[in-house]
Unconditional design. Structure first.
Length: 426
């Protein structure tokens, strides 16, 4: 619990530093290749939105890492999400578990209370009205966003879950439709992906309102803060002094234990006198050229290949390939696709980490019985940024059957809130 609570502010510091690194690269005060990495394949409009001067310091109000609890102790992050789903599900089931007497991390209404406080701070106006805008691509999340909007209203923050088409500009104000007519919007919480901007109705109105300070938009429209290759930049030896100065040695060391070494699949040939740093090992074999990935045995392919971001394939495990979970031809195709996609959709490579086995119970709706299951768990803590601090408001635990290699996006899973337990009760 103490480690999870401390992790929130470490991750907030990481976002602050990553935001600063990008701004420095734009001004030519950081290596030019950093800017190339973070803007690769993105249209000019998205780059321009990320560089808006008046929003230079804006950061996400919600931070959610996906963590594997390792057999040897500690956590390993698989990704860091600034626009996560699942918080509505966690908030809803937390109430049910609380009624059964469980002492939950974040309490019964930690999600709603924490998010309400974070949104009030982001809006910078008294009693803001909030539009929780859900795009078509995120349609599956709409029921939980309905719940979240209602819970925020209960927490004293007027909120409506709406489709982007239910927005308009009128009398120099951004407005949203309600059952009686129209009402003003002070803050837009976006649940939409930046790669999908051309397909989102009324997005131009949202951007206009943001640029002219008619409404605040969070998470900020900064695609570079949604790239998985930030882990690559964190571990890059040329940037070590930057991260140490921005984070401090202790925070850098803690994050280094939790953020996995990550490599960017850049198809440019690696000179024979150079080497990957940190070194990439596949079994006992050291990878020196990306073409070396094509000849690996299944045992050596304990590697994860996935798009970094800004792609319809970059969420829900859609573009993820687990090396030892596919045959050799499929692995070769995935490697070739990753290298060929570099200029439009950069891919990253990480070594495969598996969470420890846990025992859970679940309700089988077909047999009307509670059944045991051995599985592997992902912990997803939700941090809300309030007054410059990351507040732990709840932890969603997802357990999948032990044979599954992928947890994110798996169709069969047991989901529950994390509770606080005395050691004797575990």
């Amino acid at each position: 619990m103490a480690e999870l609570e401390r992790l929130g502010n470490d991750l907030l510091a990481f976002y602050v530093a990553a935001n600063r690194l990008y701004a420095s690269a734009v001004r030519g005060r950081a290596p030019a290749w950093v800017l190339t990495c973070l803007e690769q394949g993105k249209p000019e409009r998205v780059r321009e939105l990320g560089r808006l001067r008046r929003y230079r310091s804006a950061l996400p109000v919600m931070i959610r890492p996906d963590l594997m609890a390792l057999d040897g102790g500690g956590f390993m992050a698989t990704e860091l999400d600034a626009v996560p789903g699942g918080f509505g599900v966690l908030g809803a089931i937390s109430r049910a578990y609380h009624e059964l007497g469980f002492r939950l991390v974040g309490g019964v209404d930690g999600i709603a209370q924490g998010l309400a406080a974070a949104l009030r701070g982001a809006a910078k106006v008294d009693d803001p009205s909030v539009a929780l805008v859900v795009a078509d691509e995120s349609e599956d999340y709409r029921p939980e966003m309905d719940w979240a909007a209602a819970a925020l209203c209960e927490a004293g923050l007027p909120t409506r879950q709406i489709h982007p088409r239910d927005l308009r500009l009128h009398d120099d104000a951004l407005q949203m439709r309600n059952c009686q007519g129209w009402e003003a919007v002070d803050l837009v919480y976006r649940f939409l992906e930046l790669h999908d901007l051309p397909n989102i109705p009324k997005i131009d109105l949202v951007i206009y309102a943001m640029k002219h300070r008619l409404a605040t938009v969070t998470a900020p429209l900064k695609s570079y803060l949604e790239e998985k290759l930030l882990f690559y930049l964190f571990h890059h030896p040329e940037l070590d002094s930057f991260w140490r100065g921005a984070l401090g040695r202790e925070t850098q060391a803690r994050l280094a234990r939790m953020l996995p070494p990550t490599w960017l699949l850049d198809p440019q040939p690696i000179p024979p006198t150079a080497a990957l740093d940190p070194p990439l090992m596949a079994g006992k074999r050291r990878i020196r050229q990306w073409t070396d990935l094509r000849g690996l045995s299944q045992r050596e392919r304990r590697l994860v290949l996935k798009p970094s971001g800004f792609s319809e394939l970059a969420w829900g495990s859609r573009g993820v390939t687990i090396g030892h979970d596919v045959n050799q031809d499929e692995w070769h195709q995935a490697v070739d696709l990753a290298l060929a996609s570099f200029e439009t959709t950069p891919y990253i490579l990480q070594q495969f980490h598996q969470s420890r086995r846990v025992g859970v119970s679940y309700y089988d709706v077909q047999t009307d019985a509670v059944r045991p299951m051995t599985g592997r768990a992902r912990l997803s803590p939700y941090y809300m940024v309030v007054d410059g601090q990351a507040r732990l408001c709840g932890v969603l635990v997802t357990v999948v059957p032990a044979a599954n290699k992928v947890i994110h996006g798996t169709s069969e899973s047991v989901m529950m809130p994390a509770m606080v337990s005395d050691e004797a009760e575990i």
